[in-house]
Design a binder for this molecule. Structure first.
Ligand SMILES: NCCCC[C@H](NC(=O)[C@@H](N)CCCCN)C(=O)O
Length: 539
């Protein structure tokens, strides 16, 4: 066979990176939708009557079916049985379907509809789930929040199924090549999705001077349509690849229930899963409240509506600068020449300073918080590469947890001290958010590539599905708990920007403490059992 005949799509760097780009852009859109209501929590109270408990219950519902109906486990089985491209299209369609329901729930046409009346009277009690205290609805929950929660549950099935499918797709296209870099790059783009959402969700909700929260959700729905198109394009690339390699998709490793037993009996797997659920529970649920937490802790001077800083064009310019920060930091990873690498980094840092200044001038909590994922865009691929070549994954997990504790305690106790000092508060907020972003690079970059060291290659897909499932328990519980703690500790507060966030933040810091100790124990077990977590991936 000649060299030419043997060449497949994945042998071409351009083609495999195109395949990654399609999958990563689809996840970018999905991550935008995940947090689409997070930066407008205050508007959800004033426009739709969602208090913190309603908001937290709706936000937590994303993971409900994954956790309590074990959908993620089924998603793992579907992925193993049907392959990457089928599951990718299915996840895109499920995400879009759920998103459309959520859009209807928050739209103006829902208000006063028969559906609103029905949901106000029903779904207050769910037999079984209420007794267990895990119901996604409660007596008195606004009807729009109930329907939005149903849509978000369905969306959550699609997005988590998409998450494991993309990981497996990356393995399919990049095995034996730049796999860690590809995974890091995919996560980097997902982080940019979160930053995009922080800027554009409030932008669309307040567009043209009138407030309409459904515009933000509509923006997310449009992006999910684009995501589905990208997945369909990927479908044909993937089909072409299989026809070239004459491989029947993934059929050599079918999922068996007995595989679950093998995974569950691994101590390392349990420690990594525990650390994953503890760490991510202090990040993703926090993300849903962070903008409101900043609104409550920073002193903002209202920017007049006719001022330059309040204009829509400034929002767009700020977003373009954000893209320059992210692109510069990301591209510096790929520069072989040292001078070029430094130039890219410097350009990115300068753009970051300009971005931060604009956030301060706009007095905008959402654009201040949007720097959180930016650092992760730049450094997650670097750290992924570091783990590949130098190792030290367990140490990075410990360090990431320590930074997490430091940040949540700073938000809880130091940031409120700066109330009254406009600039001081914003500086403390920026620094803490950036450090939290660094922590959010360290842990994912070390955690996900460590999974293959814990289980045999044959059951990696199922192991990822199980870790996601365990992680989803925390992602379900903590948005809800934060909302409840907020309501309990702020009984008479009616202004959504005057809440005291100390106790929810202490609770999140405690998750970091537990993750820190698990990380230390993991280091001990790694040394004792020779798991190789501190070893480089490429020897
Ligand atoms: N290829 C890496 C996959 C893991 C990325 C990881 N995402 C998750 O853990 C998701 N289960 C949670 C997503 C939360 C929103 N639904 C990440 O670090 O983003």
């Amino acid at each position: 066979m000649t060299e030419e005949i043997r060449k497949t799509l994945r042998d071409s760097a351009a083609m495999r990176w195109t395949a990654l780009l399609l999958l990563a852009l689809a996840m970018f859109c999905a991550y935008i939708f995940v947090d689409i209501l997070s930066p407008i929590k205050d508007l959800m109270l004033t426009q739709r009557g969602w208090d913190s408990t309603a908001f937290g219950t709706m936000q937590g519902s994303e993971t409900f079916l994954n956790v309590f109906v074990f959908f993620l486990i089924f998603a793992g089985i579907i992925l193993d049985k049907m392959g990457v491209r089928f599951t990718a299209v299915l996840s895109g369609a499920v995400m879009l379907f759920g998103a459309l329901i959520k859009y209807y729930a928050v739209s103006e046409s829902f208000i006063g509809s028969g559906m609103e009346a029905w949901f106000t009277a029903h779904l207050n009690y769910i037999p079984g789930f209420d007794e267990l205290g895990v119901s996604p609805f409660y007596e008195g929950m606004p009807a729009s929040a109930k329907v939005a929660a149903i849509g978000f549950m369905i969306f959550g099935c699609g997005t988590e199924m998409g998450g494991i499918t993309v990981s497996r797709g990356i393995v399919k296209w990049f095995k034996g090549r730049e796999m860690a870099l590809a995974m890091g790059s995919e996560m980097a783009l997902a982080r940019l999705g979160v930053a995009t959402c922080m800027i554009f969700s409030p932008f669309f909700a307040k567009l043209g001077g009138s407030i309409d929260v459904s515009r933000s959700v509509a923006f997310g729905v449009v992006l999910l349509c684009i995501a589905l198109i990208m997945i369909i394009v990927y479908f044909f690339m993937d089909k072409k690849l299989d026809s070239q390699t004459h491989e029947e998709e993934e059929k050599d490793d079918p999922f068996k229930i007995s595989d679950l037993g093998k995974i569950l009996s691994s101590q390392g797997f349990w420690l990594v899963s525990l650390l994953c659920v503890l760490y991510y529970s202090a990040i993703f649920p926090f993300q849903k409240y962070a903008v409101n937490m900043l609104q409550c802790n920073l002193t903002f001077t209202a920017v007049p509506e006719d001022s330059f800083w309040a204009s829509s064009s400034v929002t767009i310019v700020q977003y373009v600068i954000m893209i320059i920060v992210a692109a510069g930091a990301f591209a510096s990873n790929f520069q072989k020449d040292k001078v070029r690498r430094v130039l890219f980094t410097v350009a990115s840092v300068v753009a970051l300073v300009v971005y931060c200044y604009m956030g301060y001038m706009r007095q905008s909590a959402e654009s201040i918080f949007a720097v959180f994922p930016l650092l992760a865009v730049g450094i997650t691929p670097i750290l992924g590469n570091y783990v590949d070549h130098k190792g030290k994954a367990a140490t990075m997990l410990v360090l990431g947890s320590l930074l997490l504790i430091f940040c949540h305690l700073t938000f809880a106790f130091i940031l409120p001290q700066f109330k009254g000092s406009e600039l001081g508060g914003v500086v403390v907020a920026y620094v803490t958010i950036l450090v939290l972003g660094a922590s959010f690079s360290l842990v994912p970059a070390a955690l996900w590539p460590s999974v293959p060291k814990l289980v045999e290659p044959k059951i990696i897909g199922s192991a990822y599905a199980l870790i996601f499932w365990i992680q989803n328990i925390g992602l379900w519980l903590f948005p809800l708990l934060i909302g409840k703690v907020l309501d309990k500790t702020n009984p008479n507060v009616t202004d959504p920007t005057q809440l005291n966030y100390t106790w929810p933040l202490v609770m999140l810091a405690m998750l970091g403490v537990a993750a820190f100790f698990i990380g230390l124990y993991l280091k001990v077990i790694d040394k004792r059992k020779g798991i190789g977590l501190e070893e480089p991936n490429i020897k």
